[in-house]
Ligand binder design. Structure first.
Ligand code: GN1
Ligand code: MG
Length: 346
């Protein structure tokens, strides 16, 4: 099925009571996994999303988790803004159209998202929102959640997958990636450290995708809420703090080809720290706090491994918009890792 097929999407939207052709559909956002559209009907806006089932094998599990969280938050944290999918006319929060799964979200009025963090205040607000999310759910037993992506942030597994790609991957690409491969192999200690310390981290409700575009801001740039809840699972705080460092510290994104632009912005580091700890400071253990900086190296290293593994495996996971796309992304993340290793948070 070609998802840009309008007739097919009309069928999906009909389930929600939309009458054909009274609305406009346009692509939205820049996620790498799911496909997202903006649906506009007069003044009203919605977000339609198709779940990528090559990645998320059981979309029903995602819907189950969101229902569970929504019910808990509604009861225990009624003032908390949680964006759950809308229901179809027959009361479903997920639409199965042939083999594909879709859901529809309300578009939050007067909200906007950003793709690159330009001001420390934005990093602060986002970090506060992700900290708040975990804090709001501290009374909820995270192990009740279904595992929507098994071993998602298991760095040891990501390392093993990288090693496997070095033997079974595209030979030409392996040969051409020599120096990047050596750099990642030489940083294996980051994965070893994870194995040593992970058991001492608390299991919490973790978002697992804290990039800046997953926060909604209001017109004054105050954080409103977090979105993209597909990877909310039991996990460790280093995933969320680390992915913020990965995506907020540097003035350019993982897509940047000019690596000379990659550097660490100290004031953004402090903004993440202050924002996250303003919510989670009292909840994190002293042990966890010692791994705040490690969180960044953990996530950046993992992302570099994942991009290079995918490049060696012919881009089967992330896809590529140009030849060598994942090689560039991996190289970008490797430079970012090197910069963070050199950085002294003071
Ligand atoms: C993917 O699809 P998106 O952009 O929300 C990926 C993240 C990566 C990110 C890198 C399920 O997220 O883990 O950090 O790309 N999500 C999945 O841009 O693999
Ligand atoms: Mg995501």
């Amino acid at each position: 099925m070609n998802c840009t097929n309008l007739a097919f999407m009309e069928e999906v939207l009909k389930e929600y009571g939309f009458a054909g052709s009274q609305y406009n559909i346009s692509p939205l956002g820049n996620g790498l996994i799911n496909t997202t559209w903006l649906v506009e009907e007069g003044e009203k806006k919605y977000v339609l999303q198709q779940i990528n089932q090559n990645v998320f094998r059981s979309p029903e599990d995602i819907a189950y988790n969101i229902r569970l969280l929504a019910a808990y938050l509604e009861k225990k944290q009624p003032g908390y803004l949680f964006v759950a999918p809308l229901h179809t006319l027959s009361g479903e929060d997920l639409v199965k159209q042939e083999q594909d799964y879709f859901r529809l979200f309300p578009f939050m009025d007067h909200s906007h998202s950003i793709d690159v963090v330009q001001k420390p205040q934005q990093a602060y607000e986002a970090a506060k929102q992700f900290g708040r999310f975990t804090k709001m759910l501290s009374g909820f037993d995270a192990t009740q959640l279904k595992i929507t992506l098994p071993s998602f942030h298991d760095l040891s597994l990501r390392y093993r997958q990288f090693e496997a790609a070095l033997t079974t991957g595209n030979e030409q690409r392996i040969e051409q990636s020599g120096s990047l491969i050596s750099f990642l192999l030489s940083n294996k200690k980051i994965a070893d450290e994870f194995e040593t310390v992970k058991k001492q981290f608390r299991i919490r409700c973790i978002h697992h995708d804290t990039k800046i575009s997953n926060v909604l801001f209001d017109a004054q740039d105050k954080g409103l809420c977090v979105i993209d809840l597909d990877t909310v699972m039991p996990g460790y705080f280093i995933s969320d703090v680390g992915d913020m460092m990965r995506t907020y510290l540097c003035p350019v994104s993982e897509e940047e080809k000019d690596f000379s632009k990659i550097h660490i912005r100290g004031e953004f580091y402090r903004a993440i720290e202050e924002g996250y700890l303003s919510e989670m400071g009292a909840a994190l253990t002293e042990f966890e706090k010692q791994f705040f900086h490690y969180a960044g190296t953990f996530m950046i290293y993992m992302q570099a491994l994942r991009f290079l593994t995918d490049h060696l495996n012919n881009d089967v996971y992330y896809g590529a918009r140009y030849e060598g796309h994942n090689f560039i992304r991996a190289g970008n993340q490797a430079v970012l890792l090197q910069r963070l290793l050199e950085f002294n948070p003071g």
